[in-house]
Design a protein around this ligand. Structure first.
Ligand SMILES: [Fe+2]
Length: 389
């Protein structure tokens, strides 16, 4: 009843043209010399030039590092390569400018500048002892929340498995969330990142770690994403949609960092690992089956979720409310061309070893320990089966 809460966020700039603050903030953090990590798409979209102009206005020296990628998650060897350059260059501040993967690389490069060893030494919870070099993180998509979280996800090249570094030392110093930076984000990425944000808010809202502060942010974020994901997907130049999605996704990221995700994310790991489907797309295929399974222990919160999505639920029985909620989720997913089941994702039940997936997902106890319903390997197997229907 009297829950203690620890609430962590970076300094946050949110709003149109907040990118202008990047130079002054870098200066405040001691730059000097900045190592700016970004991706080829960001460079092409002209977003990089904008950031560089504000850094140059403060007479800051910048080395740009473009991360080319051949896997959905950044591979650990690429992180090590970038970290080696950063260490040699003795930079004062690391900037990440891009989608979630680019931002994760920037966070880890910063950590490797002050901690010995390689990325793989830090997989797991709270393994990074020292904070890295100061970071400024600027997302160009609305969804991953990487700008306000202590997590970074990588592909471990040694065994081809997705792994997470979850450590307070990785929390960025400054997050700059400028909707203008997301205008060129293509529709499929807008959709998959947007649904990822929805799931961060909704899963954390239902998790055992939820608290009064994150619940308030989660419900507001869910209501914003439900209203604005469709318009942002349909017309990337719709400024209001981009503004609202940036805000909703930022809120969801804060919720993720402070209350954490659970079942949907845990179950997505083996699927994404095998099929290399994008994070948000994989989550989307599992979401309805997962929420259906935990609904029985979270009736009140399911009702609040349905209301936040604009569903009229007065005088409905709790099972009917859950049906409404799941239908609303299904509708949102389909309206942005995402899969609402594993079948939709193109995965065939006959060629899938569901038991093996369940064994793998069950190992994600960092996530499953927050699930409102206790889950055995068999339970997880049942949910995968349902996700095929
Ligand atoms: Fe996620």
């Amino acid at each position: 009843m009297f829950k203690s809460i620890v609430f962590q966020t970076p300094t946050i700039y949110f709003g149109i043209d907040t990118i202008k603050a990047i130079g002054q903030e870098a200066k405040k953090l001691g730059a000097g010399r900045v190592f700016l990590i970004t991706g080829p798409q960001v460079k092409k979209a002209g977003v990089l030039e904008k950031a560089l102009s504000y850094l140059q206005a403060e007479s800051i020296e910048v080395e740009v590092n473009i991360q080319e990628r051949d896997t959905p998650e950044p591979a650990t060897d690429r992180v090590e390569e970038a970290a080696a350059i950063a260490k040699k260059g003795n930079f004062d501040v690391i900037i990440g400018l891009g989608g979630g993967s680019i931002l994760d690389v920037a966070k880890m490069v910063s950590a490797l500048m002050t901690n010995p060893g390689k990325t793989e030494d830090y997989f797991g919870r709270e393994k990074v002892p020292r904070r890295g070099k100061p970071t400024i993180i600027v997302p160009t998509t609305s969804g991953t929340g990487a700008e306000v979280t202590k997590h970074a996800v990588f592909l471990d090249r040694t065994n081809n498995v997705k792994k997470v570094v979850a450590s307070g030392s990785l929390l960025p110093n400054v997050a700059i969330v400028d909707p203008m930076m997301t205008l060129t984000c293509p529709p499929p990425v807008t959709a998959s990142a947007g649904i990822d944000a929805y799931i961060h808010a909704a899963e954390a809202f239902l998790s055992k770690n939820a608290n009064a502060i994150t619940d308030t942010l989660a419900l507001e974020s869910i209501s914003i994403i439900t209203r604005w994901l469709g318009p942002a997907f349909a017309d990337g130049q719709d400024m209001e949609a981009r503004y609202q999605m940036s805000l909703g996704s930022l809120m969801a990221g804060i919720v993720l960092n402070n209350s954490g995700t659970s079942l949907v994310h845990a179950m997505a790991y083996p699927v994404g690992g095998e099929y290399h489907t994008p994070h948000g797309v994989t989550l989307s295929a599992l979401l309805v089956a997962c929420f259906d399974y935990i609904a029985v222990v979270k009736a009140e919160k399911m009702a609040l979720l349905a209301q936040a999505m604009g569903e009229p639920i007065d005088s409905l029985a709790s099972r009917e409310i859950v049906d409404r909620l799941l239908n609303a989720i299904r509708h949102m997913i389909k309206s942005v061309d995402l899969p609402a089941s594993l079948n939709d994702l193109g995965i065939k039940r006959e060629t899938t070893n569901v038991h093996q997936w369940a064994v793998e997902a069950h190992k994600e106890q960092r996530l499953l320990s927050r699930s409102p319903r206790i889950l055995s390997v068999e339970d997880i197997e049942k949910i995968y089966e349902k996700a095929f229907v």
